[in-house]
Design a protein around this ligand. Sequence first.
Ligand code: AVI
Length: 321
Amino acid sequence: MKNNTKTRFTSAFEEDVYSGLTSYPKHLSSKYFYDKKGDKLFQDIMNLPEYYLTNCEYNILANNTQEIADAFTGANGFDLIELGAGDGKKTKLLLRYLTDKKIDFDYLPVDISQNALDELEGSLKKELPSISVKPQQGTYFKTLERLSDYNSRKKVILVLGSNIGNLLHKDAIDFLKQIQEAMSPDDMLFMGFDQKKNPQTVLDAYNDPTGVTEAFNKNVLERINSELNGDFDLESFFHWETYNPESGTAKSFLISKEKQTVTINDLALTVNFEAWESIHTEISQKYDNMIVEWLASQADLKVTDSFADEKHFYKNYIFRK
Ligand code: AVI
């Protein structure tokens, strides 16, 4: 391999792509799936019949709205802070109930993308015009830090979609710890965790026959091509999914169909692939109560309640300090 080591990177993307593709085995982070095209592909994934996560969580929120909303409500109202709000389809179930009951709360969706926040705010203005929406643009952690002394009323932190599943346990504990540190004794965290289930059901959710998941996975290569001046031939890689029922870890890979060389001009990098060599791109962790309680204890949080869908495919847990 001919690598003219480039020591100065102009972005985290450059640095991560460089280190991931010069490692053995090769890897790239799933956080780079998401740009305008990746966001749209993820929306399409959420509408796939095989991708049960979205419907399960929607059903949990629809079937337990009152109980969940009652747990949220504080004596002086509360701030509902949602990390990674997306299109808010599931959250709107709760927002509508809270509004109908005239409960005093502010909704603070947090997202890195101002565009996503603008779209969400626009749709809320139309559908639920009386809600007080205070969008927070920024990373989760910076925003949580800022909001931890934002005001003295109860904070409810919402993380839906089993987004925590894209983190290794070590990073998931760090994530929970940072949330815990931003919480006061009355505050609560409401978080979704996809559950262990028939391994085939998991594999099918990440391996749809229409190829949307494959296109989503390959979007990281497209971004390298367009943003770092690379020449990945997308057709010479295919998507591969594995699931380990013991650990509960689903893993996505891109596999090179042949021996080939890829050049990434902006990194002055040439990457050689053997036939069948892999790039690991994502983990989607599946949980059970034991793992969730262990993660919580590692982050000094307690699980105080949980809600499941009928098939027990998915659970939302309430955590307190
Ligand atoms: C965002 N995240 C929780 C999704 C998941 O299930 O891991 C991303 C995804 N990857 C492939 N399909 C969906």
